[in-house]
Design a protein around this ligand. Sequence first.
Ligand SMILES: [Zn+2]
Length: 291
Amino acid sequence: MSDTSTVRSKRILSPKVAGRIDWLLVLLAFASGVLHPKPGMYYDSQWRVFLVIIIPLLLASGAVYWFAERFGERIQGPRRKSPPLLKEGFETTRAMFVVACLAAWPIGLARAGHPTGLVWTLEQMGVSWWVVILQMVAGIVLIDAWTYWKHRLLHTRMLFAFHRHHHSFRDPTPFAGFAVGPLETLLTFCPLLLICWPQAKHFAPMYFTAIISFVLLNLYLHCGVTYRWMERLIPALGLNSSAWHNVHHSDVHVNFGEVSYIWDRICGTAKAEEATNETKRTSNEAGLTSV
Ligand SMILES: [Zn+2]
């Protein structure tokens, strides 16, 4: 029996069923707006947020892709064929549609005059600036842990069907940075809903800075090339680099961290980028791990 058929026999959900569930989740996320205190404000916010996210994201992806294809050191060697940009772009667009469905909840509430957890001044935070910084660092540590374990769960037999499409982009471009299915999108971005709760204060200037930094980091993680100074600087900050994350696209049993490499080191799932050449283009069908 081939590796692929062995894995198929182990699957709990077929890709077709997972695909239907994913589309159902898109519909449910969009339909959730009817439960909003102001449904009209929710849907007005949803399409605006969607455009505000997707247009800059696709433009930034295009710019990073253009640059990375001309400059930088290719991690997996010269491309053997053209990357599936349309597929990556479509999946990213669908994911950001779902993100807009989540973000429209707190934004719709704020626009309707309801209190939310998003505040713009230290006075509104009610704490000192150093407490705000500590809270931000704690938030990043929590998000790092959340995304690591979410990613490990998506590699289990139960949930891999919802994540396998991202691994079809074995030699990704920046357009694949957010090219994940709706279930994965909901799991990754559900912390946005915390802002609906006025007690969960988020200091907007730092919160948006962190989000934009995460987006830019993710574009670099999927650009397919490395730059020496980036590969020195980013790991020194405790964050993933392009070389590090690219390993996960060619060897799906390692390097699950989405923000830092800390949890991979703690859990023994880290694999240094230097050791990856022998495992290039390993079948992602074998990407099932236990948690
Ligand atoms: Zn993965």
